[in-house]
Design a protein around this ligand. Structure first.
Ligand code: FAD
Ligand code: SIN
Length: 529
């Protein structure tokens, strides 16, 4: 079965939805999303969106803070463009109906997070992502040109390879014609053809055992783009959030950096406030520094967690500023107003991804990418807090303008054969999938985490290769399933992170390797695959 659209959008987070609303005024749009349309990293975003909306702040300072956090690898021109379009993005979200927290004088309330030298985080209490999604999805659902396909899993991008041509990584003119998509409700592969495709499939936190990301964040877009031979950049820069709730049933629930922005202090189990020993910005140092300091405390002291103490604030303050975090901590037995919260770092954000320009253009024609799946050059070696929702919305807007022009130049799309799964059957050994997924996530956590070494990376590479061989063997014989595709994608993402980490023979930003503890001038470059 084949579906035809002008614009195909893979993913229904902040990037996919805001792009769809813009291109929807210029043609027929399909949004393909693998679970219900709400499920995404965007849904769980807490702190907010960084934007200069107050006279006492300046674009220049936001640019400088972003570049400082990025440890020499940001593209300054890209930073300048995205930061200067921040205020407009906030207005555009408000025009779609998003309601952000205001002060008593009616102006936006601005929070503070690590690495920012001003209060510039626009937010909706501590559930900013949920509010953005709610407003965007309402508009999407009432738009006459947009159809949302839920429980549809994008498997492969369609390129010349699928119409019988030989495609190598050196070919400069690969085109994207759409995607093969698995309709999970009826177990059928549908061919979605489109003039322009946007990858907006989000991040890949699930490749690590402990992550703040929901289960959908399996790096599918990165893996699909890699298989389609797109160029990827900076995959070694995985951001670990310093403070996820430490509790065996809490699933690494995030405790927003905004809690530290309100004066929350990090203590070790002896009650010592340790961050000033590591950096003069203490708890509000950029995230890589705070996560590494916690890792150092845990390893040197042999402890399982540290404490985040905001007990100097009243119950009323905490309940009104952090209602979701307050409620969730209470459900696990911690009253933030009286108890320090046990926290540990967890994998949070993928700074690298499919390389694009500042209009979302990838190295493949008619394939754009936006949001966490992409790598524009904004984040460099370490993302500044709350710059990712900003990037998702700005790039979606710019990509939409590019897509409308591109679509007008596409006359015809070739005939693409249906997905061929002849010779495959429903296998009996499904346990291989769950076992290999668990094993991969543990390997990545133990060997490719906050602190790396040449030896650990070699081990991770060996184990990942074995998992790859077993899984590919299984895949060749098996009928399509989303679980199996996710496992293949996770393995591809793990390979890309490990390979990129091995290519960088220095420590910089989020990539810290004990064999090369310093940054080096001659390693100040992107890692391209
Ligand atoms: P997502 O919102 O992740 O959306 C991806 C979409 O793609 C989902 O709908 C998913 O189901 C779909 N998808 C994935 N694979 C497939 C497939 N194969 N087929 C079909 N559909 C697919 N950033 C900030 O700037 N500020 C914050 O305060 C903040 N807080 C955060 C808190 C948490 C707990 C987390 C996890 C992240 C936070 N981030 C924050 C990061 C930010 O939320 C994300 O980077 C951003 O929302 C990504 O948006 P996106 O549209 O690119 O992807
Ligand atoms: C947070 O609220 O701490 C998350 C912010 C972010 O990831 O940008």
């Amino acid at each position: 079965m084949t579906e035809h659209f002008d614009f195909l959008v893979l993913g229904s987070g902040a990037a996919g939805l805001s792009y769809a609303l813009e291109v929807g005024d210029h043609g027929a749009v399909a949004i393909v999303t693998k679970k219900d349309a709400f499920e995404s990293n965007t849904r769980y975003a807490q702190g907010g969106i960084a934007a200069v909306v107050q006279d006492s702040d300046s674009l220049e300072q936001h640019v400088l803070d972003t570049i400082e956090a990025g440890a020499g690898l940001c593209d300054p021109e890209v930073v300048r463009i995205i930061v200067s379009e921040g205020p407009e993005s906030i207005s555009s979200l408000q025009s779609f109906g998003a309601e952000f927290t205001e002060r008593s004088d009616g102006k936006l309330h601005l929070g503070r997070e690590g690495g920012h030298r001003a209060n510039r985080i626009v937010h909706a209490a501590d559930t900013t992502g949920n509010e953005i999604l709610r407003s965007l999805l309402e508009r999407v659902r009432e738009h006459p040109n947009i159809r949302v396909f839920e429980n549809h899993f994008a498997m492969e991008l369609i390129t010349e390879h699928h119409i019988g041509q030989h495609v190598t990584r050196l070919r400069p003119d690969i085109h994207c014609f759409g995607a093969y998509v698995f309709d999970e409700r009826v177990n059928r592969v549908v061919t979605f053809l489109a003039k322009v495709t946007l990858l907006a499939t989000g991040g890949a936190g699930v490749v690590y055992l402990h992550t703040t990301n929901p289960d959908v964040a399996t790096g599918d877009g990165i893996a699909m783009a890699y298989r389609a031979k797109a160029r990827l950049a900076n995959m070694e820069f995985v951001q670990f959030h310093p403070t996820a709730l430490f509790h065996e049933d809490a699933d690494s629930f995030l405790i927003s950096e905004a809690v530290r922005g309100e004066g929350g202090r990090l203590l070790n189990l002896d009650g010592h406030r340790f961050m000033p020993d590591y950096n003069d910005r203490a708890e509000l140092a950029p995230r890589d520094i705070v996560a590494r300091a916690i890792d150092d405390q845990l390893k040197s002291r042999g402890e399982t967690h540290v404490l985040l103490d905001i007990t100097h604030k009243s119950t009323d303050f905490l309940e009104s500023h952090f209602p979701n975090i307050y409620r969730t901590c209470l459900s696990f037995g911690y009253d933030m107003a009286t108890d320090p919260i046990p926290v540990v770092p967890a994998a949070h954000y993928m700074c690298g991804g499919v390389q694009t320009d500042v209009d979302g253009q990838t190295s493949i024609m008619n394939l754009l990418a936006g949001g966490e799946v992409g790598c524009t050059g904004l984040h460099g070696a370490n993302r500044l807090a709350s710059n990712s929702l900003l990037e998702a919305v700005v790039i979606a807007h710019r990509a939409a303008r590019r897509a409308v022009v591109q679509a007008s130049t596409v006359d015809n799309i070739p005939n693409v054969p249906d997905w061929d799964d002849s010779g495959t059957e429903n296998p009996l050994e499904w346990v291989l999938i769950s076992h290999n997924r668990d094993e991969l996530r543990r390997v990545m956590w133990d060997y490719v985490g906050i602190v790396r070494s040449v030896l650990r990376l070699e081990r991770a590479a060996r184990r990942t290769r074995l998992l790859y061989e077993e899984t590919e063997d299984f895949y060749k014989k098996s009928k399509v399933s989303a679980d199996l595709f996710e496992l293949r994608n996770l393995i591809a993402v793990a390979f890309l992170i490990i390979r990129s980490a091995q290519m960088r023979r220095e420590s910089r930003g989020l990539h810290y390797i004990i064999d090369y503890p310093e940054s080096k001038q001659d390693e100040n470059r992107l890692t391209l695959i």
